[in-house]
Write a protein that binds this ligand. Structure first.
Ligand SMILES: [Zn+2]
Length: 62
């Protein structure tokens, strides 16, 4: 039985500039960053999430 230990969170985790939220997409995702835990909760209890553009040279969370 093989088990892969994962030390880092399995998400991109890039922080949105000027904010405290972090990207929840997978680490090597394409396109804009997206945090599904943020945003306004609608009447059905779902959150819209917050999306923000990727910056050039941005490869790791801080
Ligand atoms: Zn991201």
């Amino acid at each position: 039985m093989t088990e892969r230990r994962v030390e880092m969170p399995h998400v991109c985790f890039i922080r949105k500039p000027g904010d405290v939220i972090r990207c929840t997409e997978k680490p090597d995702h394409e396109g804009d960053h997206f945090d599904y835990l943020s945003g306004v909760t609608d009447s059905k209890g779902r959150r819209s999430g917050v999306r923000w553009p990727r910056r050039p040279g941005e490869t790791q969370f801080d």
